[in-house]
Design a protein around this ligand. Structure first.
Ligand code: ZN
Length: 376
């Protein structure tokens, strides 16, 4: 095993304002907690400092005009023409230093893809990554540069079959769009339904890919109030069989932590217990893994959950012991103390959620599994 944690202290230096929801300390807090718990010092691990993305790499997905506008916005200059490119909004302000921050984030993700292509790593985690809302010529939802699409294109150029798994609570519509007719990229997203959450218009189960890509795009929209058990029920039924049928070379995973019950940006009720199990399952089906942070709007959740995720990717989670503990998880010192306590939803809510999960699963099983030759 060769694991790489991508880290730069430059990320945390970028500040838009104290009220800006995107927390740029995400890499710092994760790196620090992993270091404190001795999770970065194993002999198969390396911490790698990223370099800013090359402009030619940005052009593999973004338009030249848009990149020029970003440079302008980077100086804190706002022009009205920026608005049609999503710049100068509350979510994506024309803030000083944004170009440096976002090109470094893209550079970190590209670095991860490069390390995998050059066989220097088989497991990579870059906490400041996963900007899945950025389009070719627009910014959206705190995302300016779509590091994912650039990295996936790089992996495809190296003839890799890419399984993309996104568990951020928001649907990553711009990644879906980029590879919608490409059967070389299997797209799976679990997210809060667009009926109740941004980006509203995409991410429904009926979006299953088109042309040769038909059947290679899976959306599992989660109803509001989805909890750990219901989420895992769906995740376990979709990811392992699809991964087995698709047989990827690389898994690109976007592991946002905004689906937690304590996150202000969503209406789901997950805890990091289900999150970490999901990360473990992703790792299990990944010959090579490029994991990217994505969303999460509570710093304490980011720190605890991504530290646990890094441990899960490296087989360092404490072993569950049903006999000693409540629900199988021991909340003690060290890593165990980072786990959330269980979060219980009322029975009627659980029943309603479970019913909707079953409906979506039946749809996927009927429409997509036969294309992928999955028998269930
Ligand atoms: Zn999100």
């Amino acid at each position: 095993m060769k694991s790489v944690f991508i880290y730069s202290d430059e990320f945390g230096k970028f500040k838009v304002s104290k009220d800006y929801p995107w927390l740029t300390e995400r890499s710092d807090v994760t790196y620090r907690r992993c270091s404190e718990l001795n999770l970065l010092d194993r002999d198969w691990m390396k911490v790698v400092k990223p370099r800013t993305a090359a402009i030619k790499d940005l052009y593999t997905y973004h338009t030249k005009e848009y990149i020029q506008l970003l440079r302008k916005a980077d100086k804190g200059v706002f022009e009205e023409s920026m608005l049609i490119h999503g710049l100068g909004t509350l979510e994506c302000p024309a803030a000083k230093g944004l170009f440096k921050y976002h090109t470094l984030a893209a550079g970190a993700t590209i670095c991860g893809a490069d390390l995998i292509c050059r066989k220097k790593a088989d497991t990579v985690f870059s906490p400041t990554g996963g900007f899945h809302h950025a389009g070719p010529d627009f910014a959206s939802g705190f995302c300016y540069i779509n590091d994912i699409n650039i990295a996936v294109k790089k992996l495809l150029n190296h003839r890799k079959r890419v399984l993309y798994v996104d568990i951020d609570t928001h649907h990553g519509g711009m990644v879906q769009e980029a590879f919608y007719s490409n059967p070389g990229v299997m797209y799976i997203s679990f997210h809060e339904s667009g009926k109740t959450l941004f980006p509203w218009k995409t991410g429904f189960e009926t979006e299953i890919g088109k042309g040769k890509g038909k059947g290679y795009n899976i959306n599992f929209p989660l109803p509001e109030n989805t909890g750990d058990d219901e989420f895992l029920w769906g995740f376990e039924r979709v990811l392992p069989p699809v991964a087995k049928a698709f047989n990827p070379d690389v898994v690109v995973a976007v592991i946002g932590v905004d689906m937690m019950f304590s996150d202000p940006m969503s209406h789901l009720r997950l805890t990091n217990n289900a999150f970490v199990k999901a990360v473990g399952m992703i790792k299990e089906c990944a010959p090579e893994l490029l994991a990217l942070g994505c969303g999460g709007y509570v710093l304490n959740n980011i720190e605890r959950s991504w530290t646990l995720a890094w441990a899960a990717m490296n087989g360092l989670l404490p072993v569950e012991d049903e006999s000693m503990t409540f629900g199988g998880m021991f909340w003690g010192d060290g890593l165990s103390s980072l786990m959330d306590r269980p979060h219980f939803s009322p029975e009627d809510i659980r029943k309603k959620t479970a019913k909707e999960m079953k409906r979506v699963y039946r749809y996927i099983k009927k429409q997509i599994f036969p294309i992928l030759e999955i028998r269930r």
